[in-house]
Design a protein around this ligand. Structure first.
Ligand code: ZN
Length: 218
């Protein structure tokens, strides 16, 4: 499997607050950084996302009296998980992991910047109607297939992959280039939803193995 000009690597939220020791740590999240760096080298087209909240963001438990992180809250657009304060605009926690080495990335999509709406997906905010502009950007660049890596598998990666499919792209999640939060069975549910939507699931070795000999099928 060799990425070509109509393929894009979409790297989701490789940010300090999602790393071990961060405000909303994804277990072993830092382990994906070298994998993402290797993957990025085989893609000419790389897009990064950055969770990017104002301090008064609706997804922060601290902004709801008496609420605790990880409880659910009914909001006008549906059920929202309340999170610890994370990825506040301009803070060190919102910065990309220092080891991320993808300087040729052409585009950074910042998401979750509306105070009243969360955005797990790189394509569509949690109200399911506000677009980030990513689908149009990818289409204008002739992208047909989106490969996904990053954090967390069962939230921002899964939602982005599902929305990539809904927007008409092929979508492939690179499992070992992601790590999960796995809250109340969310990881198993995410893989089920992804399979049902026709999202492919591969390991990074499929993309990183050396070029096949000319007379071998690849
Ligand atoms: Zn967030």
């Amino acid at each position: 499997m060799r990425p070509g000009p109509d393929d894009c690597l979409l790297v989701i939220d490789v940010q300090n607050d999602f790393m071990p020791g961060g405000a909303l740590a994804v277990p072993h999240g830092d382990e994906i950084v070298p994998v993402v760096n290797r993957l990025a080298r085989v893609f000419s087209h790389v897009v990064l996302t950055q969770d990017w909240h104002p301090a008064d963001h609706v997804s922060f438990a601290a902004n709801h009296a008496g609420a605790e992180p990880f409880q659910m809250l009914a909001l006008p657009y549906g059920q929202q998980v309340l999170w610890p304060v994370h990825c506040v605009q301009g803070t060190a926690g919102a910065a990309f992991h220092a080891g991320l080495d993808v300087s040729h990335a052409r585009m950074v999509i910042r998401k979750g910047h509306h105070a009243g709406v969360d955005s797990y997906s790189a394509f569509l905010e949690a109200d399911r109607s506000t677009r980030t502009g990513l689908a149009g950007y990818l289409r204008e660049h002739g992208v047909k297939r989106v490969f996904l890596a990053g954090l967390a598998t069962d939230y921002c990666v899964a939602w982005s992959a599902l929305d990539a499919r809904a927007a008409g792209f092929e979508a492939v999640v690179i499992e070992d280039a992601c790590r999960a939060i796995d809250l109340n069975g969310s990881l198993a549910q995410a893989w089920q939803d992804l399979a049902a939507a026709g999202v492919e699931r591969i390991q990074s070795a499929r993309l990183l193995q050396p070029k096949a000999e000319p007379n071998q099928p690849n």
